[in-house]
Design a binder for this molecule. Structure first.
Ligand SMILES: [Zn+2]
Length: 323
């Protein structure tokens, strides 16, 4: 028998621990299919996306319904084929089989604790929608969720692993007693962005209220180069913050303070969900992006001494309604 979970969960303590944890949590999928249409940020192509329920043990996967045979690409870190400006999943043997800009919907799936779903897409890139994860979060809430008759697993990090990039950038995972705690910082020369930091345990409510509606951003001076590279064709002030030194060019300004670092944290939540399960870990990122996030997962998961699959526990106070 399946049961429905309500869209509320208790806030964890500052160290990310969840009070009142009891028995093993069960996997979740969507209660109903749900669809949307939109354009790809980089391709500019109009696409239709359907989020579909999937059986226990399925995980998250993308299906290119427009291609012959409707190939399925698992949402896994070792299927990442490009991280220049978005995270792109693909098939290394066939460059036509790819799905770009998966990080925002992956973040929304992680934030909502969806373990199993099939994402059917009729083009090469996810719709950018408003440039944040808020509309994916809304779709998942509208679809509803069901618990499944299988225990949920987490990837528990057993020892610190760190990868480093240029100009002091790094991404690191450390062991944690429960759940996931994220700390992210950025440092941009553009004074409209500057130095920002955000710390947050990954719970559904904190995800929804602190990072989900924070939009992607670009510096105006980079737009021309991106378009020459064939990227950002679908970009506009409707789906990205555009910055020029100390100015925000969007007429409405920012949605909240720290929107830039919060967006980068949301990206990291999505990228890290490509581990195949949610993590039990502390994540620390400084000027990290899709490339470093993926390098971190590859470094961690390459050595079985770094991690193990553990049972996930459900908070006692999460309400359940029998279906
Ligand atoms: Zn992003």
């Amino acid at each position: 028998m399946q049961s429905l979970t309500v869209c509320e969960a208790p806030a964890p303590a500052a160290d990310g621990t969840v009070p009142g944890s009891t028995g093993a949590a069960r996997q979740r999928t969507l209660a109903n299919p749900i669809s949307c249409t939109g354009i790809g940020l980089h391709s500019g192509m109009k696409v239709r996306l359907s989020l579909l329920p999937a059986p226990a043990g399925h995980g998250i996967a993308f299906r290119r319904s427009d291609l012959p045979g409707a190939p399925v690409i698992p949402a896994l870190y070792d299927r990442v084929v490009d991280t220049r400006l978005s995270t792109v999943l693909g098939d290394a043997t066939d460059p036509a089989i790819r799905v770009a800009t998966v990080e925002h919907v992956m973040a929304a799936l992680s934030g909502n604790g969806i373990d199993n779903a099939l994402l059917d897409i009729d083009g090469p890139e996810m719709p950018i929608l408003d440039g944040s994860a808020a509309e994916f979060d809304f779709l998942i809430c509208c679809a509803g969720r069901v618990e499944q008759d299988a225990p949920r697993r987490r990837i528990e990090i057993l020892r610190p692993v760190r990868v480093e990039g240029e100009d002091g950038a790094f991404a690191e995972l450390r062991p944690a007693k429960h759940g996931m705690l994220l700390a992210f910082s950025i440092d941009f020369a553009a004074t409209a962005i500057g130095r920002q930091a955000h710390v947050m345990p990954l719970t559904e409510q904190r995800f929804r209220h602190e990072v989900a509606n924070c939009r992607t951003f670009v510096e105006r001076r980079d737009i021309e180069a991106l378009k020459k590279m064939g990227l950002a064709r679908g970009g506009s002030l409707e789906n990205a913050i555009v910055v020029e030194e100390d100015r925000i060019l969007n007429p409405g300004g920012l949605r909240r303070s720290g929107e830039f670092v919060r967006h980068k944290m949301m990206d990291a939540i999505g990228d890290l969900y490509l581990a195949g399960h949610r993590l039990q870990a502390r994540f620390i990122g400084h000027k990290s992006g899709h490339c470093l996030n993926n390098r971190l997962l590859r470094a961690v998961l390459a050595d079985s001494a770094n991690w193990r699959l553990s049972a996930s526990h459900t908070p006692a106070s999460v309400l359940r309604v029998a279906a």
